[in-house]
Structure formats: structure tokens, C-alpha cells
Design a binder for this molecule. Sequence first.
Ligand code: SF4
Length: 106
Amino acid sequence: MPELKCGVVTCVHNYKNYCELDSIEVVGSSAQVSEQTSCGSFVERKGEQYGNTTKDEVSAMSDIKCQAVECKYNEERKCYAGKISVMGTDANRTEETECATFKKES
Ligand code: SF4
């Protein structure tokens, strides 16, 4: 289970640059570069809304299902990287996010 750092502060699930979800899905089945991947679990934050404000601690670890099968860390649509970064600071839509750790299998 990778450590998931997330810079998408416009997402309702983002809490201090971590993701409150125990499991996310990265999409982009034909991605050749990180820009062609996206976080399929992104939900735009409206106002001061938080997904789960009662959580004191958000786990750094998340189970990551991933459709980006060309990535070297992908094995049977799961991510086996030690740590990943999801990026997209001003994202309003899933397509504006990306898995910055994507690395094409050589
Ligand atoms: S590092 Fe690769 S396998 Fe892991 S979530 Fe990102 S794109 Fe998917």
C-alpha cells in the first residue's frame, strides 16, 4: 500500500496534503505520460466543506487501484510504488489532476 501525498487542495478528500480515503482509483488506461493520468476519486470541494472533519489523523497510506497499465509500478491494476504524488493544485475536474509518479515501463 503506497504512501499517498496529494497536492489537490481543491478536493473534498484532501486534508493537509494527504487523502482521507483508504482507497482511490487512478484513471488513464492508455496513459503514456503522467499528464494523461487522473485521480478518479476527485470530488471538488464546495466552500469550506470537508469530507470527514471528525478524523483527527488521516492515514498517509492508501490502497490505489490504477488503470494506467503502462506504468512501471502497475501490477494487475494496483499500484506498488512506495509513495505516490497526486498533483493538480487548482483542479476543478478529475482531468485536471494527475499521478505525478507515473513512469512508463521501459
Ligand atoms: S505510480 Fe503508476 S501505478 Fe502508481 S498510481 Fe501512479 S500511475 Fe498508477
